[in-house]
Design a protein around this ligand. Structure first.
Ligand SMILES: *Cc1c(COP(=O)(O)O)cnc(C)c1O
Length: 432
């Protein structure tokens, strides 16, 4: 199995986090997001332990909210002692409502509006990651109005291509994010920011992409960023106290994907940082990373009920489910791979190839093409899609006026609702 929280029970049902998914589907109805709370905590602990052992003092992992954001997740992050990154007033509000201490939050985005900046400052967000010069001006102006000094990091584009898919690749020079080292703009924005009296420049941030598996991307990124830190020290006498390397470690979605040993990866990044700082005579910066997917992806599973099973002789078989691109747009967006099971037929041979289709009025509304399933699969069966904890709930929409599913957390053999299923009334809440 792609993750150790998935197995087949003696009754031929799919078990997730030790619980019978067929029973969970009956209890909470479908479509349904499940989240394995114990797995989320386990993943946080891997990062926290590795940071403590292998990175300089003051280093901290920050959970990237955009992977999945609802109040209960921030309560878990508080309990675990994780920092967070946020990209919108909505994520800030959600964290605040959950009682998360926002002094540990980093505010990202390539186009923060003046209202966004004001809201984040009023909420006491600890760090702003400024994308460009105009944003530095806007932060300075609002901090001056409040007579406060805002901690800021600058988003730098290191010019490294992590060879992941284009839509999630962000570290190349022509990216819409940040200021590139290669064009001299990173240097320029550093000098400019240092002239601002209501900004405390803490260091630099970069994020090169997502679902990164390539061998030494983060080691190379750390090296390039530290060379930039050295150059800024030489040029402006500015010594960065923080280096934020962003998120991006990949997770396996199908059997053929290899897993990553995150602790081992962080250990080797730590070595590069220690060696580079010694060689460049730089003090060790506190190092941040922003894992999103690798914290929550395999803690998630989506359950659907099969509706029509359509066989088009000599062409294709379709299993249509009661959800689709509204709760998981990733196949439609990126052709993402997923492992799918018929949760109540785990002991039957998979002797039929079928495409799992959503219920929306779009031919592109598919969950996965050409999945192997038992040929007896029929209406009423439970279809499980694995590894949906990241970028599913957070990317969900109400297209076709379909209410968003509930999120049910699984913990220590019990379950509870963390986000209620949207109702039809919810859909019309803001309509006049
Ligand atoms: C998307 C993103 C992350 C998280 O990436 P994952 O691949 O989910 O780990 C972290 N930081 C920034 C700035 C991002 O844009």
């Amino acid at each position: 199995m792609i993750c150790d929280n998935i197995r087949t029970g003696k009754n031929g049902h799919l078990y997730f986090a030790g619980q019978d998914t067929v029973e969970l589907a009956a209890k909470y109805k479908t479509p349904l997001y499940l989240m394995d709370e114990d797995k989320i905590r386990e993943k946080c602990r891997i990062y926290l332990d590795a940071f403590e052992h292998f990175l300089p003092e003051g280093s901290r992992p920050l959970y990237a909210s955009k992977a999945c954001s609802f109040k209960q997740l921030y309560r878990i992050m508080t309990e675990m002692g994780m920092g967070i990154d946020v990209v919108s007033p909505g994520e800030i509000y959600t964290a605040k409502e959950a009682g998360y201490d926002l002094t540990g939050a980093y505010f990202h985005g390539n186009n923060k509006t003046d209202q966004d900046i004001a809201y984040a400052m009023d909420c006491g967000v600890g760090y702003f990651v400024a994308d460009n010069m105009a944003e530095v001006d806007a932060i300075e102006e609002q901090a001056a109005q409040r007579s406060c000094i805002q901690n800021v990091l600058l988003r730098i584009t290191p010019g490294i291509d992590p060879h992941t898919y284009d839509a999630v690749s962000t570290g190349k020079v022509d990216s819409k994010f940040g200021s590139a080292i290669e064009t001299g703009q990173a240097d320029e924005i550093t000098g400019y920011t240092l002239t601002k009296s209501h900004i405390r420049l803490c260091g630099f941030h970069c994020h090169v992409g997502s679902q990164v598996f390539e061998e030494d991307v983060f080691e190379r990124v750390a090296r390039v960023m530290l060379e930039f830190v050295r150059d800024m020290k030489e040029r402006y006498g500015f010594v960065a106290s923080q280096l934020n390397l962003g998120g991006g470690y990949g997770v396996p979605y199908i059997e053929e994907d290899a897993g990553l040993d995150i602790a081992e990866k962080i250990r080797s990044v730590g070595r590069v940082i220690a060696d580079s700082c010694r060689e460049m005579e730089l003090p060790l910066p506190a190092v941040m990373m922003e894992p999103g997917r690798s914290i929550v992806a395999d803690s998630g599973m989506t359950l659907y009920t099969a509706g029509n099973v359509k066989r088009i002789p000599e062409y294709k078989n379709y299993i249509s489910v009661d959800g689709g691109m509204t709760d998981n747009p990733r196949y439609a967006l990126y052709r993402s791979s997923y492992t799918c099971f018929i949760a109540n037929r785990m002991d039957e041979p998979c002797d039929m190839t079928a495409t799992i289709a959503g219920r929306c009025c779009e031919s592109g509304d598919l969950i996965q093409r050409d999945v192997k399933v038992p040929s007896a699969t029929t209406k009423g069966d439970i279809v499980a899609v694995c590894t949906t904890g990241a970028y599913n709930f957070s990317m969900a929409s109400n297209y076709n006026r379909i209410p968003r599913p509930a999120v049910v957390m699984l913990k220590d053999g019990s379950s509870y609702v963390a986000v209620q299923r949207e109702s039809l009334e919810d859909l019309c809440r803001n309509d006049i």
